[in-house]
Design a protein around this ligand. Structure first.
Ligand SMILES: Cc1ncc(COP(=O)(O)O)c(C=O)c1O
Length: 393
């Protein structure tokens, strides 16, 4: 076959996509091994039946043709009103593009702000697809490392040093995988650096309804930031609609106009019946979102209780999102070694921190996506396993 493009063959950088433990767990499940799955961010509840009913009624009512590319007006208006209410920033339909999920939004946003060869910054640890997204638009990914001991918050001096010559910075709060919710002073430091360097800020806020401590602040709300920020939103996590592929980009009107052109030539929009279902879900209001988020709030409390006083494994305080990060360095193992050993010994699957970057080495990420009592039992087994390893180390 003729050569494939360099862009697509190098998406995974060094060739490893960091998902080996995940694939091994899947293979074991396929072989019939009862694996306790705590790897990916998939809720243990499904999309609410009321949303599915709205989806069906829309499709049955004929909304199965091409939908208007930027998104149906009622949904764009609803997203704009929601974002304005949360952030206080004036937001209109023209500031909103509906996308097939947050992932497509991340890609489109970087297509919009990075020229081929531009340096694009992202914070380490990071959501596993970030470097691939940046490479897919021809940008050169550069990390902003953080430290476990500083709650994985990006520090201003580190960001400043990394930002030399960069076109964009991608941040994620509430954060996957760390659970960090960036406080105002962290966001103000970020805003100062990106403004000084005349960079774009891409703010991934797909976990904005899952905040357990503090409050979510969108950096778009900081002075002068609305003109240089593209916010990525999604209903995957807030409404357990991962499979429906529905999200949005919010940004300056001129940027959204260009992003609509990109959508016309790539996705050609999002199915109308999915958009109608999303509109129904958003209009259902905060109680439905709280219902989806509540299990994670409970399980975070369970994790804090189980992990309290543990020596071999330390919980990184999680203020938001549906994961907990555990520091397993006292076992003498890397995150990957620990995750593989836990999987082989106890059939419990977690993600190695290394899958999310070097700043998370020696950690593991546990998704809180299992019914409470099974989640607690898995954590207790994990702690006993770690304690045994630390004693032997
Ligand atoms: C931080 C982060 N951003 C974006 C996404 C993509 O979400 P979506 O399902 O909306 O594409 C995810 C999914 O897990 C995520 O964790």
């Amino acid at each position: 076959m003729p050569a494939l493009s360099h862009r697509i063959t190098t998406l995974n950088g060094d060739g490893s996509d960091g998902w080996d433990v995940f694939y091994r767990a899947r293979a074991m499940i396929a072989e019939g091994v009862p694996v306790t799955e705590l790897t990916i961010g998939e809720h243990d509840i499904r999309t609410d039946p009321s949303i599915l009913k709205a989806m069906y009624e829309s499709a049955a009512g004929g909304h199965t043709g091409y939908a208007i590319v930027p998104g149906i007006s009622a949904l764009r208006d609803e997203v704009a009103a929601r974002v304005q209410a949360q952030s206080g920033v004036r937001t209109r339909r023209e500031n909103v593009l509906i996308t097939p999920g947050g992932q497509a939004g991340l890609f489109a946003a970087h297509m919009a702000v990075c020229m081929p060869g531009d340096v694009a910054l992202f914070v380490d640890p990071y959501y596993a697809t970030y470097p691939g997204v940046l490479r897919s638009v021809g940008a050169v990914p550069r990390t902003v490392p953080t430290r476990s001991s500083q709650g994985f918050l990006p520090q201003r001096d580190v960001l400043e040093a990394a930002s030399e010559g960069a076109a964009s910075l991608l941040i994620n709060t509430p954060n996957n995988p760390t659970g960090a919710v960036y406080p105002r002073d962290t966001l103000e430091g970020i805003a100062e650096v990106v403004t000084k360097r005349d960079m774009w800020l891409i703010s991934d806020e797909v976990y904005d309804t899952q905040v357990w401590e503090g409050t979510h602040l969108s950096p778009r709300a900081l002075p002068g930031m609305a003109e240089r920020t593209l916010v990525i939103g999604s209903m995957s996590k807030s409404h357990a609609m991962t499979g429906s592929r529905i999200g949005w980009i919010v940004g300056p009107e001129d940027a959204i106009t260009c992003l609509v052109d990109l959508a016309t030539n790539t996705t050609y929009g999002v199915p109308g019946y999915i958009q109608d279902a999303a509109l129904f879900g958003l209009r259902a209001g905060a109680s439905l979102e709280a219902h989806v988020a509540e299990p994670f709030r409970r399980r975070r409390a369970i994790a804090e209780r189980v992990l309290a006083g543990q020596q071999a494994v330390r919980m990184i305080p999680a203020q938001g999102a549906m994961y907990v990060m555990l520091d397993v360095r006292a076992t003498g193992m890397s995150g990957e070694e620990f995750a593989f050993a836990l999987l082989e010994t106890h059939h419990i699957a977690v993600m190695p921190g290394e899958s999310f970057g070097q700043s998370a080495a020696g950690h593991i990420r546990v998704a809180m996506t299992l019914e409470d009592s099974r989640f607690e039992a898995a954590l207790r087994t994990l702690c006993e396993f770690a304690a045994g390893l630390a004693k032997a180390a």
